[in-house]
Each structure stands twice: as structure tokens, then as C-alpha cells.
Write a protein that binds this ligand. Sequence first.
Ligand SMILES: [Zn+2]
Length: 476
Amino acid sequence: MAAWDRRTTAQLRAQREAAVRAQVLHAVAPFSPYWRDRLQALGRSPAAAASLAGLAQLPAVGERDVCPDGEPAGAAGLVLQVGESGFALHADGPVLRRALVRRLLRRDAYRVIVETDTRPTSYVWAGLGLRFPVASSRSDLDLMARAGARLWQLLGLTRADVVVSALPGGATASAQALQLGALGAGSPLLAVGEDVDALAASLRLMPATVLALPSVSAAGTVEELVVAAVPLAALRTVLLVGAPYDDERDEVVEALRRGGLDACAVLAVHVPEGHRLMWAECRESAGRTGLHTYPDLEVVEVVDPETGEAPLAADGSREVVVTQLGFRGSALLRWRTGDVVDGVEDGPCPSCGRTVPRVTGLRAGALVPLLDLRTGTRSLDARGVAAALVGRPDVADWRVVIAPSGRDDADEVVVHVVPADGADPAEVAVATAADIRRATGVLPTQVVVAGAGELPADGAQLTHRVLARREPVCGV
Ligand SMILES: [Zn+2]
């Protein structure tokens, strides 16, 4: 078969069909407590969900579905719980044979193989509206390191590259993916944290060819390094971690230009919240063709963020959902990432020719903006707002507008509702406010009862009907 990034549509489809079958039937359905219960509640058998078509029928789920009361403990239900006897039933042939042979030779070897494949050994923190741990087994880390070797190919890096990372400290999926990528590719990587003085000191010792920076603060950091005359002559690539907005990328390019580093490639990389694979722009594209994904390790789809189902409105925004293939630990099926995208392109990349799906126009975490409310800084999950309002019998139509107050600039969440015929407007206002608070943890600043045709229309769409009249600030 062709290399992972050159396969035909038919080859990819056959390979993914088999991978989805194995993942659902032999990992997620039997061993994930959340999905075992969920399939049962939906009345679906594991076999019915274990194909690309069956998977597409499953409602997408996100952090609020798994942790409905806002308690991160619910995320433990996503972690596969595998016993030795269950493993024998579900492990694939070669792994099982190896385990059985080892058992003959050493008494505890069988357990060691089961644990290597399934037991969580490392955790990172994830989440937009709440923080929850994501578990990886040793086999997952191995998968991530192998995907990392591909990441290096996409980015046009080699083992001769030297990476200095200024990502914030703490266990994050981005830091983990970058570190395992360097390991898989055989590149040295030094993670120094986000302190600019520490970064400058490291760069004086280590001639980095690659600098990994959080996209939100990258331009300021480059500027400071240039002003401090930190030696950057070896630098040929800047990685913007977290999918930059266009203006953030432009500012980085401009800061590099002022430092005489015009030849430096500026490429975006991104791990969606809850996921563990780092998507990247290919070097050939210089950022013009979107983030490249890994078709044999994940299924990437888009849904309408108001309903969690396949996009219906042509003008509505689209949320990315991912299904992981071959992962153990926390195993995700149709996971809602909170990232809004223009689309997922399946054709070959016009720049590098790779036949991998590409995610275009990604706004990371856009569905869960961080708000500066009078009561403090809170993230507001627009999906939860929509969930509290979609399909209500007492509401005919609605809009939610997030905008800074003209009075003191604090963010306000104003709900506009058109009550259904016969519904009491005052009761509708009270009920919708209470339901939004229950679904998101944030009480709307105001509920405005409107007539049909009086709903506001201006503002950037977070979802079809949740509008923002403010600069996007994301909770990642
Ligand atoms: Zn490409």
C-alpha cells in the first residue's frame, strides 16, 4: 500500500473502515464505561456502531455531555477499563499471541502486555469550560511518537533540527505531542517554559532552528528576542502552537522581518481540546492550505454546533468532531472539540500533494469564549447556551448576543427570545435564564422578550444564533 499520506480515497476508506470496526468493537464499546452506557441508552449494538456509517449515526458528545454537572470526574468514564480476561477476548491476533507465549515463559508477562496496551501511564489536562484529565497508555504514547515523526515530515523538519519550546509549563496535549514528536523524529527539544528571559538565556546556549511559541503571545515574544539581540541566525521555522488567527500570524511574520529573519517559515500546529494528535500546516503551503490530519489515526468530521449533528444550515458555523482510531486510555468517539472551522477538505493538498484530510479556517476553542463578566472571568460554552434554547416548545425563535457593555466595557450575555404562541413572556424569560445557567454555569445578564422580526442580526456567528460583537478571546 502507498505511504500513509499518499493513499487513494478507496484505500483510505477501506483502512478506516477496518480501524473504526476494531476501535468500536474491541476497545471503546466493551471497555469505556461512558460509551458502554451511552450505546445502551441509544439502543445501539456495538456492531451497529462499528462502521463509518454506524459511527456517523452516533450523536457527537463533548465535555458537558460527559461531565453534565460540571464535575471533571465524569471524564473518567471515557478511560478504557480492561481486565485480563476482557483483553483476551478483544486483543488483536499478534498482540494476543505474543501475550500468551510470554505467559508461558514468565508468569506476570501476560499482565505486563495487557497493561502496556491499555493501562493509563500519563495524563494531560484538557477542557474549555472545565478542566479534566486525558489518559494515555504506553501504546498511545508510542502511537503519538510515530505520528510525531510524520509531523516532522509535514513541517519539513529533520533530525538535524533543534527545537526550543516556550509553551507554558504544565501537562498539556500540545507540549506532550511536541515532545513525543521530537522523540519520534530524533530531534533534540528543549522545553524552557514561557518566561522570555529564560527563553533568551536558552537560545544563547542552544542555536535553535525551530522555535515553538503559543500563537497568542508569539509576536510579542519574537519582538522581545529581537530587541534583546538574542542570536537567532540559525532559526528557520517558527511554530505557532494553537492555530493562530490571521492577524496573530501577520504580526509574527512582521516581527521576524524586523529582526532580519524573512526566510523563516511560520507554520501553525494545533491539538484540538481533548485530542492527542498534533495537526500541522505543511511547509510547502506556507500556511495556505490548512491543518493536515492523520487519516489512519482519526476520523475528522464537522457538525452544527447548535445541535451536534451534521451541518444543516449552509450559512451556519461548523464545529470539528474527532474520533480516535487505535488509541486506548481516554478513547474518544465523535468528540466535540469546540473548534470552529470553514470545512474539512478531502482532496489532495494543492501544495504538497498529500491525500490527507485538511482542516481549513480553524478558530481554536471559538465555541467557548472567555468572558470578562462583572462577576469575574468565566468561559461560556455557546453549545450549552444553544442546547438550553433549541427545540423548546415555549420559544419560537431566539438569538444570544455577547457584547461589551457601553457603560463599563464588561462583557454581557443578552438573550433575545420570541415566545411561542400562548406562552407567558415573563415565564419564558425566567425559564430560559435558569436553563442557560444550568447548562453553562453562567446566568445571562439580561433576557429580552422580542417580537418576530425584532431579533438582532449583527455580530460574528459563534453558532447560527449565538452572536458575538467583541474580539474573539478563546479559553485555550
Ligand atoms: Zn500540504
